[in-house]
Design a protein around this ligand. Structure first.
Ligand code: PEP
Length: 250
């Protein structure tokens, strides 16, 4: 059985004060969450505060990005070993905003996946198609290409160390959610692609859905067989909404 995971991606939102109150709200409401693991992916500068507030609780934390390089003259970058200093369990790699706004290509995302994994973190690998790509009927071509970059670099077994997040780009931050059937179709196709090479990995890997998941639509998405949780942007900034999603996950 795959444990559901509900991970918040705070993006570039929050302040020390707002994060403290958000985490207090999450901690207070945890009692009703049964089976799902909860994680928050915070802006780098707040990781120390997040660690202080979450250590000893069941809530995990992580980063939203990391450098593919170990150390050196790379102004503004943050390495995997730095994230280890703050005991990050997760690191998001290949979020569509990194791909589209910061030019991260499949090879760079695969390099980031590998450094996060090698450092003992669980990379959350984001994949997903744009609206044009969906309308052109090439959703799985895009998703497979994004997955293959990681498989070619790190091997199919490496996916057992991470988490996949299917995030249709057209659904992120837009309020447009994939229907449960649309999402399930892609999740099942990802799992069967992996099963062609390694049935054990395919059965084990958590595949999260991301894209305008919220307190109102989470239950029907999370009820689908191959949807193992959510990567949540906007709705992760309100503790009640985030907890409602986590409760719906199990
Ligand atoms: C995301 O940023 O990964 C995301 C899914 O955002 P939202 O939930 O706001 O669409």
């Amino acid at each position: 059985m795959r444990q559901p995971l509900v991970a918040g991606n705070w993006k570039m939102n929050g302040s020390r004060a707002s994060i403290e109150s958000l985490l207090n709200g999450i901690k207070q409401g945890l009692g009703d969450v049964n089976n799902a693991e909860i994680a928050v992916c915070a802006p780098y500068v707040y990781l120390a505060d997040v660690e202080d507030q979450l250590q000893g609780t069941p809530v995990a934390w992580g980063a939203q990005n990391l450098s593919e390089i170990a150390s050196g003259a790379f102004t503004g970058e943050i390495s995997a070993s730095m994230l280890n200093d703050f005991h990050c369990k997760y690191a998001i790699v290949g979020h569509s905003e990194r791909r589209s706004l910061y030019g991260e290509d499949d090879a760079l995302v695969a390099a980031k996946y590998e450094v996060a994994r090698a450092a003992g973190m669980k990379p959350i690998l984001c994949v997903g198609e744009t609206l044009d790509e969906r309308e052109a009927g090439i959703t799985m071509e895009v998703v497979n290409r994004q997955l293959d970059a990681v498989i070619e670099k790190s091997g199919i077994e490496s996916l057992a160390d991470g988490v996949i997040a299917y995030e249709p780009v057209w659904a992120i931050g837009t309020g447009k959610t994939a229907t449960p059937e649309m999402a399930q179709e892609v999740h099942a196709a990802i799992r069967s692609k992996l099963a062609e090479n390694n049935a054990e990995v395919a059965a084990k890997v958590q595949i999260l859905y991301g894209g305008s998941m919220n307190a109102a639509n989470a239950a029907e998405l999370l009820a689908m067989e191959d949807i193992d949780g959510g990567l949540i942007g906007g709705a992760s900034l309100k503790s009640e909404d985030f907890l409602t999603i986590a409760r719906a996950a199990g």
